[in-house]
Ligand binder design. Sequence first.
Ligand SMILES: Cc1ncc(C[n+]2csc(CCOP(=O)(O)OP(=O)(O)O)c2C)c(N)n1
Ligand SMILES: [Mg+2]
Length: 545
Amino acid sequence: MKKASSIGEYLIQRLVAHGVRHIFGIPGDYVLGFYEQLLHSPIRIINTCDEQGAGFAADAYARVRGLGAVCVTYCVGGLKVANTTAEAFAEKSPVVVISGAPGMKEREKNPLLHHKVREFDTQKKVFDQLTIASTVLSDPQTALQEIDRVLHAALRYKRPVYIELPRDMVSKPGIPYYTPQEFHEQSDRRTLREALVEAVEMINCASKPVILADVEVHRFGLQSALLKLAEKANLPVAATILGKSVIGEQYPLYMGVYEGAMGRDDVRRYVETSDCVILLGAFMTDINLGIYTARLDPARSIYATSEKLSIRYHTYENVRFKDFVHGLLKAKLRRRARVKIPRPEALVASSHGRAKHKVTVKGLFQRLNSFLDERTVVVADIGDALFGAADLFIHHRTEFLGPAYYASMGFAVPAGIGAQLANPRLRPLVLVGDGAFQMTGMELATAARYNLKPIVVVLNNRGYGTERQIHDGPYNDLWLWNFSRVPEILGAGRGFEVETEEQLDQALRAAELYTEGFCLLDVKIEPLDRSPALQRLAERLSKQL
Ligand SMILES: Cc1ncc(C[n+]2csc(CCOP(=O)(O)OP(=O)(O)O)c2C)c(N)n1
Ligand SMILES: [Mg+2]
C-alpha cells in the first residue's frame, strides 16, 4: 500500500486495513479537513441526521463486521456520542470515535473558541471514562504510534476507543519510514495448561455439563470453535440474551436462551441443575441473568472471558480467552451420549391472520417468527421489542442485535442502518417501541438517502409499556404519532397501519416484496399487553413477593 503522507491518511489506512469501509457522522469546521481526506479514500461517509444515530449505527457495524467508526466535530458532536460510546463499552463493541478539535496552535493562551466547554481537554476527559484507550494526536512525532496503540486496544478488548484529531494535525506528515506496529499477546503456557487440566477434569466428571455462550464468543470470532467443542463432547449449548444467536438456533445441541426466570422454564431448569456450567465469554449482567433471577453457583462453574478465567473458586491470570477455548477443543474431553435437551418450541403461527382478531404482542412475535429467513438480521430496541424477541428463532448465527445490557432506547433504527452497510446481504428486521422510535426513528431518512431497506416494526402500545408494567402514571404516556405516514414526510419508503392479524399478514407480505426502500409497520397493541417473556418474569417475581 502507498505510504500515508499525513497523520489523517495514516488513520484512514489503518481503519481500512482493519476492514472499515463506512464511517458514520456529521461534519463540523473542526473536522472538515479530515472529511475531505475521507472523501478521497476507500471509506464511504454516511451522514446521519443526528450524531447519536451515527454512534448507534457504528456500534452495530462493529458488532457485525468487527470494527466500526464514527467521526464527529468537537464537543457538540462528540458529547452526543457519549451515550452510544457508553453502550459500546458496556456491551463490548469496538467502535473508533474520531473527533475533530481545535488545532494545537489555536489552543495557545487558552482562547474561548466555539464548542469549547471548560478546558480544551474536557471532551477527552469524558471519553477517558467511556473508552478502553484514548489519545489526542497532538504531536507528529508520536501520532502514528498512538493510532496503532489505540486501534490495537479496540481490537484486543472489543471496546470503544477515542481519537482526537486537532485540525492542524490532519495534513501534517507523521514520522518518516514508520511501519505499522504488530502486537502479539500470548497466554502464559504453564497457567493455560493447568487451567485446562482443571477444566477438563471438571467437565469429564460432571454428569450434566452445559455450555452457556455469550457475546464474547461472537466478538472474538469463536463461533466455529464453539460448535466443534459442543459436538466433540456432545455438550448442550444455551445462549444469553446478549449473546443470542452466537450459535445458529436450528443447531441440534442448542436449547435456547437462558435468562433466569425471564427465559423458558425448561432451559432455566436444565442450566440451573447442571453440575458444570461452562460460561464462555459471558457477562453476568442483570438482564442476562433475568434481573437476578438466575441461580448460577460459582462452585459448579467454569467462567472464561477475555478479562477473567476462573474455575470453581480458582482464578487463572494471563490466559487468553481464545487460547482457553482452543485448548478445550484439543483436550481429551469425554464424548458422552446425547442427552435429551430442551428444544425451542416451534413458534410457527398460521400465516393466515384472522380479519377480526386484533394483534397481540404474542401473536406478533409468532407471526414474525415465520417471517425470518437466512437473510434477516433482527435488530431489537430495548422494551418489549427486546424481551419478546428472545423467543424468536434465529436461523443463522449472529443475526440478532440488541442493547441487552446497557439498554439505551433509540438503538434499533440506526443500528439497522449500520448492520445493513456492514453486510449488504442482510435485510434488517427492526423491532422498536413507539417511545424508542420517537428518539431516533427519523434516521430512516439516512436509510432512504443510502438506499437501505430495513423493515421497521413499531410496537405501538401508546407509551412506555415496560415502565407501565413496573409502575404506571401519566409520565408513561406519549404523544401519538402517525408512524405509518413517516414515508410521506421523507418522500421514500412504504408505511402500513396494522391493527388486525390479517393486516399484519398483508403488510409483511407487501414488505417482503417491496425491495426499493424501507418499510414501516405501525402495529397497534393494547397498552398493557406484553410478551410471554415479560409475563414469565412478572409471574415468577410475583411468586417471590
Ligand atoms: C435513553 C433511555 N431513556 C429511558 C430509558 C428507560 N426506559 C426503559 S424501557 C422504557 C420504555 C420504552 O418504551 P417503548 O420504546 O415504547 O417500548 P415499550 O416498553 O413500550 O415496549 C424506558 C423509558 C431507557 N432505557 N433509555
Ligand atoms: Mg411503547
